[in-house]
Ligand binder design. Structure first.
Ligand SMILES: [Zn+2]
Ligand SMILES: [Zn+2]
Length: 252
């Protein structure tokens, strides 16, 4: 697959210090998609065909429900539900095959069985699909900027890389789009920066746990130790707690 560079948003995100600029980009994109879906995108036939078929995951249904635009959500959900009813009718007409008790024979019929078909349909999400495409483009851009622009590389190093889910995404794109020396250079850089940062957070987290030892009673924790639980969670799982996970405010 060919990727295009999308430099400005990536540079902007890396200019605002945080645990993971790619999480910040992702949160902003996610918010933008929800805005556009709930305001007018669902009126476009192409978008409607897509959302009728795909629906949304738990996270994105919840985020749309938290907004005040109930009409947009109701219209999209109504036609998706009609589509889902038709497909469930078909699924339930099919034979219910019992999975074999013998592990050797167990897979073929079970994986396309009725429970798997229902799970496949409810597991799809139009916003996750859109986000995935955009984040792959941002990951490609991040890699190219790290290789081509020393000042960006320095910034990446100073932030300490990105969270682990986004580290994996950078590796995906590195394997897909680079080769030879360039791939080796980028992956070594990514590995060094990420491991250094994680070891640093591990040290602060240890210092934090030591605060609870009675021998350290009255000793104030350093700011790094105080924030270490939040930093560790956000690095391990992507921005999920504290300011890093904050979504833009809305009045809609
Ligand atoms: Zn991230
Ligand atoms: Zn989703």
């Amino acid at each position: 697959m060919k990727y295009t560079l999308d430099t400005i948003p990536v540079l902007d995100a890396f200019n605002q210090p945080c645990q993971c600029p790619m999480c910040r980009l992702q949160i902003n994109c996610e918010d933008g998609y929800i805005d556009s879906l709930l305001s007018s995108a669902y009126m476009e036939p192409e978008c409607r065909i897509r959302t009728n078929q795909t629906g949304f995951c738990q996270r994105h249904y919840t985020q749309m429900y938290e907004r005040r635009n109930r009409l947009g959500l109701a219209l999209m959900t109504h036609t998706h539900l009609q589509d889902m009813i038709k497909s469930l009718e078909e699924t339930m007409k099919a034979d219910g095959k019992k999975p074999s008790r013998l592990p050797f024979f167990s897979n073929a019929s079970h994986e396309d069985g009725r429970p798997a078909r229902i799970r496949a349909r409810i597991g799809a999400c139009d916003i996750c699909d859109q986000l995935d495409k955009t984040m792959r483009r941002y990951a490609f851009t991040t890699i190219r900027l790290s290789l081509d622009k020393p000042e960006f590389k320095a910034k990446f190093e100073q932030i300490g890389g990105v969270c682990l889910p986004h580290t994996a995404l950078l590796l995906d794109l590195s394997e897909e789009t680079l080769s030879g020396r360039e791939q080796q250079t980028f992956e070594q850089f990514l590995s060094d920066v990420t491991l250094r940062k994680l070891r640093e957070i591990e040290g602060h987290l240890y210092a934090f746990t030591q605060q609870f030892d009675y021998r350290n009673a009255g000793v104030a924790p350093t700011p790094e130790a105080r924030d270490s639980v939040e930093h560790a969670l956000n690095r391990l799982a992507g921005a999920i707690v504290g300011e890093e996970a904050a979504r833009p405010a809305h009045n809609d």
